[in-house]
Unconditional design. Structure first.
Length: 295
């Protein structure tokens, strides 16, 4: 059998689309909120919110429950099936966690809620579960081998442990990473295979947005064709899992719709964290194009 890396990209795209059709995967939309911004003690080299770098972003403490609920209701209005609450930092303190769980309790009957709150322990996860959280998001970012080139203030094992605790407590899990950080094709393959072994339900694929004043600001961009090849490989390896285009998808330009013929079946709409996404109206046009491709 040929290695996935040896198969021409046009054949890979067709293989990936056949896989998506086989599992009858529909388009899945989510929207996220940067509920607490900046002053993170970690040194992730791609991240504008790290306190190690002097980036030009808005920094603010945790939003109020009312602000989080309002944003969740807006996510529903623009067509998202899921709303993600994201905060900077290692994890919330007790007061912050209480605000977040109160918001989840109010939103859970209106929209499915996901949270990305860092490396929580079992008791903190149970607090979220009791509030009605259905899915937990925690990116592994890259392969275990390349991880040390991306962050040094915590370990890859801590990432895996957090996902395993969430999974064992009955949460759906969402985990993926960023491509275009200087990793090799083997790193991408290893990341996809590890996510498969972890049994994650949703896999966000971000394309690096080089941010000024971060260590990765001068990273050369990944080509659209290589990004699409990566998406197709992830679909073939991950079979029926949700593959979600996330931050940086706009860099695909005219190839963005092609990514959904190459295996992607989900995307984030609206703003990202510290980077604005495309206007919702433009995403609606993209959605119509995807539907025509899938017809």
């Amino acid at each position: 059998m040929k290695s996935l890396l040896d198969i021409p990209v046009d054949e890979l795209i067709l293989m990936a689309n056949d896989q998506r059709r086989k599992y009858k995967l529909a388009l899945d939309l989510c929207s996220i909120m940067n509920a607490k911004s900046g002053v993170c003690p970690e040194d992730c080299k791609f991240c504008s919110q790290s306190s190690h770098y002097k980036t030009d972003i808005e920094r603010y403490p945790l939003k109020t429950k009312e602000e989080i609920v309002k944003r969740g209701e807006y996510a529903k209005e623009i067509g998202a099936e899921r709303f993600g609450i994201v905060i900077s930092g290692r994890k919330p303190n007790k007061k912050e966690l209480d605000v977040i769980t109160d918001a989840i309790s109010e939103l859970k009957e209106k929209i499915s809620v996901c949270a990305s709150l860092g490396r929580l322990d079992k008791d903190e996860f149970m607090h979220l579960k009791d509030a009605g959280l259905s899915r937990y998001h925690h990116n592994i970012e890259t392969s275990e081998r390349y991880f040390r080139n991306v962050v040094s203030t915590y370990t890859f094992y801590e990432k895996i442990k957090t996902l395993e605790v969430a999974k064992n407590l009955g949460f759906e899990t969402c985990s993926g990473g960023i491509i275009g950080m200087g990793e090799t094709w083997k790193d991408r393959l290893d990341m996809a295979n590890l996510l498969k072994s972890l049994g994650v339900d949703s896999v966000p694929i971000n394309i690096l947005i080089p941010i000024k004043d971060t260590p990765f600001e001068n990273m050369l961009p990944i080509s659209p064709i290589d990004a699409i090849r990566t998406i197709a490989i992830f679909r073939i390896i991950l079979k029926n899992k949700t593959i979600r285009l996330a931050g940086g998808r706009e860099s695909l330009g005219p190839f963005e719709a092609t990514a959904f013929f190459a295996g992607a079946n989900a995307m984030i709409i609206g703003e990202y964290l510290t980077v604005k996404g495309r206007p919702v109206e433009d995403d609606y046009k993209l959605i119509e194009e995807i539907k025509r491709l899938w017809a």
